[in-house]
Structure formats: C-alpha cells, structure tokens
Design a protein around this ligand. Structure first.
Ligand SMILES: NC(=O)c1ccc[n+]([C@@H]2O[C@H](COP(=O)([O-])OP(=O)(O)OC[C@H]3O[C@@H](n4cnc5c(N)ncnc54)[C@H](OP(=O)(O)O)[C@@H]3O)[C@@H](O)[C@H]2O)c1
Length: 233
C-alpha cells in the first residue's frame, strides 16, 4: 500500500482520497486554508487519513495528486515533489482560471504547463475527464465486467505504470493516451470529456441515461480519435 499526498482536497481530491482509503492506502490531504479546515473529511476517512500543509502532503506522498484550480498550480510546492510521480487532474476554464495565452493559442496543454512548473517531477495527466460523482460511483473490482477505463497521459513510462497500478487498486483499468502533449485529446469539451456518460456532465447521479455509463476502452478510443482542437471546433 502507498501513501498518497493530495494538493487540493475538494470534489476530485476528496473522491480520489475516499477511493484510495477504501483500497487500503494512506492519504495526506491538504488545501489552501490549512489542515484544521479538513477535520470533517479526515474524520470521515478515518485512521488512514490525516491533513497537513501542502508542503508536508507533497513530501509525505509516494504518489501525489495535484487537484486544484489551474490558476493555483504555480503555488504548488515544487521542491518536495522532486522525483515523484504527480497526477495532475487540472482543467482549464478561462472564466474561472483567467486567460492563459499559451493555452488559448494551443501552443501547449494544461499538463505540460504543470510539468513545466514541476520540472523535476514525473507528471501524469489523469482524472481530469470524469465528473467526481461518476468517479466515485463507477469504481469496480479488478476483473468485474462492469469495470471502466480511465485515461492517462505522460512522458515517463514508469510513472504511467505507477499510475496504472494506482488506478487498478481503486477500481479502474488504465488507458494510455500517449505523451503529455496528447493530453488535449481528453481536455475540457472533447468527446472523451463530455461523452463519458452519454453527454451527461451535470454530475447528476444516477446519470439521466445510465445505459452506457461504463467507459470501455473502445468507447474511449473512439472519443480520443474524434477529438478536435479548440481552434477547429
Ligand atoms: N469537479 C469535477 O468533477 C472535476 C473533474 C475532473 C477534473 N476537475 C479539475 O480538477 C481540479 C480540482 O477540481 P475540484 O472540482 O476538485 O475543485 P474544488 O472542489 O474547487 O477543490 C479545489 C481544491 O483545491 C484547493 N486549493 C486551491 N488552491 C490551492 C493551493 N494554492 N494549494 C493547495 N490547495 C489549493 C482548495 O482548497 P480551499 O478550499 O482551501 O481553497 C480545494 O481543496 C480543477 O482543475 C478541475 O477543473 C474537476
């Protein structure tokens, strides 16, 4: 079992933490306001969970999930994450995050920006194209015919293997999309983002039409292939 650090413990962070604890991992949670504000979540998760400052969560995690608004990424502590595998869940919403020229002109991608900030870490893009409620509800044990795949992208093979193993432990098969530069294929508003649950992106659970809510490798492959750059939408 692994200690998972969390920079950000909101909707996605708390959902991944819950899945991780259920799988037997330890979790160290952090947010922007300080560990004392995470008492309820730690209480719910029990003895495998604790809260800390971001630097400490980063240092404690063997694997670290960065799950904050994109605008906060530059405040994620890089030093304690050196050499570590970091899962980046961030999406770019200009109305929330402010405009980033290199994302608007598509000369880079969100996870490449995160990798640039965390230059000595091994960044893997993951969890970004699934609603947090769906993420919590779709987890299935290994071998279940109802298991879904989760996309990931990254430049370092052993980091992706580590993330695939983590996905497996919390109830998902991994689907390797390729290097970070291919992460745009499952960014906001692509079919792999909006199409996961028959177009339901509201977070309603159960989804309005649950007939296709399991995400197969085939569905994801088709959606990735159908992805368009924002400039071509
Ligand atoms: N919601 C979804 O279903 C979903 C799905 C996939 C991907 N995403 C993406 O994943 C990221 C997180 O989404 P979310 O919905 O979980 O957001 P959220 O519920 O708003 O939670 C954001 C978390 O980040 C923390 N945070 C903000 N600035 C921080 C900083 N400088 N240092 C440490 N922690 C900081 C917040 O702490 P405080 O509360 O103390 O400020 C909060 O715990 C976003 O980029 C989002 O686009 C979301």
């Amino acid at each position: 079992m692994t200690t998972i650090g969390f920079i950000g413990s909101g909707r996605i962070g708390s959902t991944v933490a819950r899945l991780a604890v259920n799988a037997g991992h330890d979790v160290v949670l952090s947010n922007s306001r300080g560990p004392e504000t995470l008492g309820d979540l730690v209480g719910e998760l029990g003895s495998q969970a604790r809260a800390a400052m971001s630097e400490e969560a980063a240092a404690a995690g063997e694997l670290v999930v960065v799950t904050v608004p994109l605008s906060a990424v530059e405040r994620v502590p890089a030093e304690p994450l050196r050499g570590k595998v970091v899962i980046d869940t961030c999406n770019y919403y200009p109305q929330r995050d402010g405009h980033v020229a290199a994302l608007d002109d598509e000369s880079t991608t969100t996870s490449e920006l995160v990798q640039h900030h965390l230059a000595e870490s091994k960044v893997v893009k993951g969890f970004n194209n699934i609603n947090y409620l769906h993420l919590g509800a779709l987890a299935r044990p290994s071998g279940s015919p109802e298991r879904s795949v989760l996309a990931m992208a990254g430049d370092v093979a052993d980091a992706k293997a580590r993330v695939a193993s983590f996905y497996d432990s919390i109830g998902y098969d991994a689907y390797d999309v390729g290097p970070l530069a291919e992460g745009w294929r499952f960014q906001r508003d692509t079919p792999a983002y909006a199409g996961l649950y028959n177009g339901d992106t509201t977070g309603a659970w159960p989804p309005p039409d649950d007939s296709g809510r399991r995400v197969t490798a085939e569905t994801l492959r088709e959606n990735l292939a159908a992805a368009k750059r924002y400039r071509d939408l």
